[in-house]
Design a protein around this ligand. Structure first.
Ligand code: AMP
Length: 401
């Protein structure tokens, strides 16, 4: 069965058509500048990417162009919509309501809307995508796969903030965590690669991309994660600040004569390794190049990033009273051997024997610890689209993924 996986943002929409039996990607692409002017990039599996400019006032036109591209006589990969068995939608925030993926119906859509306050930029866009799809493909079943669901197994001691309890009661203000599909996929894959039962392992997943988060997965369940109510908390990221003293917000507002939302823009978009490197770049490739050329701000940003991840790993080993394996994934985690080396050089006390040679891999599955290392280190490319496709198939066929 073919599954259309959709990840809708407010002005963009990423898509993949996946054959669930072979797990091959039949075609993929992105619509950008929805509501502004519009362009669609489309790549079937056997050919290069093509970009065309199209008017896309709303997500409905964008999704119609996706379907047209998939069914195009020359470059399409299917003949009719009957060949789309289901649609899997990535939904960012499921609040406390959704502890797993669900088939979308009116009640589910209303519940997703109730979580809009928790993810004001993302959930409304996800709903736009769902509504547009339902309009264009009314008979195709659809699933919502939530970024937060995997973390819903966290105990209160991991998700409660040290704030007055009534904020939790009134607003469900707590830690939720994100990148759940990736943390789930990668921790399961690590167990497969190690040949160990998932529910017997203590795994730390380091999802290090432009957005970055860690999770502690104990015996197959997430027990802690670094992102919070929003993706701003936790690690220093590409442009997000991660953990800071909350008083800094008032301090910057006063000194720079800014309102709260302006300060929030600084913390989300102008901080992280980008801000620390004096706005040089949020891309780690640029930062390493600058560091080699003697740029001390890039050097400090990179060193701080690695130190920060090492400290989180130490705290998650403590949270689980031990660790069996540590997995690196996402753009930086999969590709950047120097970042992995920087992080692992600081955590030998856990029983890690880092293999410098094996660590030279990029973008492929590998074990990067010595054979006699007590704690195993792995690189596993994440595949959130495949995970969403698997969840969708499992839901519509009535099994758990
Ligand atoms: P993601 O958010 O997972 O797509 O990761 C994107 C980030 O991965 C980019 O901003 C880069 O910082 C990083 N990245 C991608 N490729 C490489 C590479 N070859 N070496 C170092 N960092 C990389």
């Amino acid at each position: 069965m073919n599954i259309l996986v959709l990840n809708c943002g407010s002005s963009s929409l990423k898509f993949q058509l996946i054959d669930s039996e072979s797990e091959n990607v039949l075609a993929k692409g992105i619509c950008e500048r929805i509501g502004i002017d519009g362009r669609i990039s489309y790549a079937p599996y056997n050919s290069d990417k093509e970009t065309v400019f199209k008017d896309m006032p709303t997500h409905t036109e964008a999704i119609q162009y996706v379907l047209d591209a998939l069914m195009n006589e020359k470059s399409g990969v299917i003949k009719s919509l009957k060949e789309v068995g289901a649609v899997g939608h990535r939904v960012v925030h499921g609040g406390e309501k959704f502890t797993s993926s669900v088939i979308i119906d009116e009640e589910v859509k209303a519940a997703i809307e109730e979580c809009n306050d928790l993810a004001p930029l993302h959930n409304p866009a996800n709903l736009l995508g769902i509504n547009a799809c339902q309009k264009l493909m009314p008979d195709v079943p659809m699933a919502a796969v939530f970024d937060t669901a995997f973390h819903q197994t966290m105990p209160p001691k991991a998700y409660m903030y040290g704030l007055p309890y009534e904020y939790y009661e009134k607003y469900r203000l707590r830690r939720y965590g994100f990148h759940g599909t990736s943390h789930s996929y990668v921790s399961k894959r690590a167990a497969q690669l190690l040949g160990k039962p998932y529910d017997e392992l203590k795994t730390i997943v380091c999802h290090l991309g432009n957005g970055a988060s860690l999770s502690a997965v104990k015996y197959g369940k997430c027990v802690d994660t670094s992102m919070g109510l929003t993706p701003l908390e936790g690690l220093i990221m590409g442009t997000r600040c991660g953990d800071i003293d909350p008083s800094i917000i008032e301090f910057i507002a006063n000194k720079e004569n800014m309102g709260i939302s302006e300060v929030m823009t600084v913390l989300n978009k102008e901080s992280g390794v980008y801000g620390m490197s004096k706005r040089l770049s949020s891309d780690f490739r640029d930062l390493w190049k600058a560091e080699e050329e003697g740029n001390r701000y890039a050097a400090i940003a990179l060193e701080t990033f690695c130190y920060n991840v090492s400290k989180y790993i130490g705290s998650y080993a403590a949270a689980m009273n031990g660790v069996d394996d540590i997995v690196f994934t996402a753009g930086v985690g999969e590709n950047d051997f120097r970042v992995r080396e920087g992080i692992c050089g600081n955590i030998e006390y856990l029983g890690i024997k880092f293999d410098k040679e094996a660590n030279k891999v990029r973008g492929e599955e590998a074990v990067i610890s010595m054979p006699d290392s007590k704690v195993k280190l792995l690189v596993i490319p994440t595949n959130e689209e495949l995970a969403i496709a698997r969840e969708t198939v499992a839901l519509i066929s009535g099994h758990s993924a």
